[in-house]
Design a protein around this ligand. Structure first.
Ligand code: FPP
Length: 252
């Protein structure tokens, strides 16, 4: 394959996008490394989250411009409540700031907000910001910006399995008749399709209870870059890498 080095936002990228090969329709990102980014700069951890929020804006614009259909971002896991109260409070305020400052542009860019996760124990200001953003962007037909907020995948799978079995029982069928599609229907990501590509930043090689069912056949892309340092060029590198994978879904 012809490879070319070119400059994109201060990064030198080895390769280029092919107009013939498909891009991922659905990209999921585990945005890791905010704390380490801040520590390296002798800043409080929340400074890393704040910069991380700005990167979310940048990558959303870029993914939308490439024609990506769904961008799912892991913003807060059900395990993140274990962090110090100050940090949790800050992470719960971020969606408020993010939506307050970014929704008008999202509407202009035709981006629709979706949020998957447990809403019951979100603070009221976070919940209001989320519901408001969903409402204000519900007519948008471009990129779906899907936040995983207070999300945990094992609990999601158990709830979906229970719902699916209840539905079978109602229809007088046995659990033996349970199919994958019965469970998929009740996943929080239902209707968004499975991620084609998962990106995790900051060098950790694990899934951290994120979309365990949905990532069954996804391509994985790991980078050492901390999320607050992640650029459009890094995203483009992941797209180029994806185009050079051969997806066989268990076939030949
Ligand atoms: C993981 O880094 C990151 C998080 C738990 C929070 C992710 C949140 C953002 C990127 C902010 C954007 C959010 C919205 C709603 C716009 P870490 O803190 O675990 O980093 P570390 O592993 O280096 O400590």
């Amino acid at each position: 394959m012809f490879k070319k080095l070119f400059r994109q936002n201060e990064n030198f990228i080895d390769g280029e996008l092919s107009p013939e090969l498909p891009l991922p329709k659905h990209v999921a990102i585990i945005m890791d490394g905010n704390g380490r980014w801040a520590k390296k700069r002798l800043l409080p951890r929340i400074a890393g989250h704040k910069e991380g929020m700005n990167v979310v804006k940048k990558i959303t614009r870029y993914a939308n411009s490439l024609g990506i259909e769904v961008l799912t971002l892991y913003a807060f896991s059900t395990e993140n409540w274990k962090r110090p109260t100050d940090e949790v409070d800050y992470l719960m305020k971020l969606p408020v700031e993010f939506f307050d400052t970014f929704v008008p542009e999202l509407v202009e860019q035709n981006v629709r907000i979706n949020v998957m996760g447990y809403r019951d124990n979100l603070p009221l200001h976070t919940l209001r910001a989320v519901e408001n953003a969903i409402e204000r962007t519900k007519h948008c037909t471009g990129l779906v910006l899907n936040f995983a907020l207070n999300y945990g995948s094992r609990a999601e799978i158990i709830s979906a399995a229970k719902e699916a079995v209840r539905e079978l029982e109602k229809a007088g069928k046995s659990a033996e008749e349970l199919r994958e599609s019965d469970i998929e229907k009740y996943l929080m990501s239902s209707g968004l399709g499975d991620p084609d590509l998962l990106i995790r930043t900051s060098g950790e090689l694990r899934l951290s209870n994120f979309m365990l069912w949905q990532l069954a056949y996804s391509e994985f892309y790991f980078t050492d870059v901390h999320w607050p340092d992640f650029t459009e060029g890094n995203f483009l590198e992941a797209m180029i890498d994806f185009q050079n994978r051969s997806r066989r879904y268990g076939g030949l």
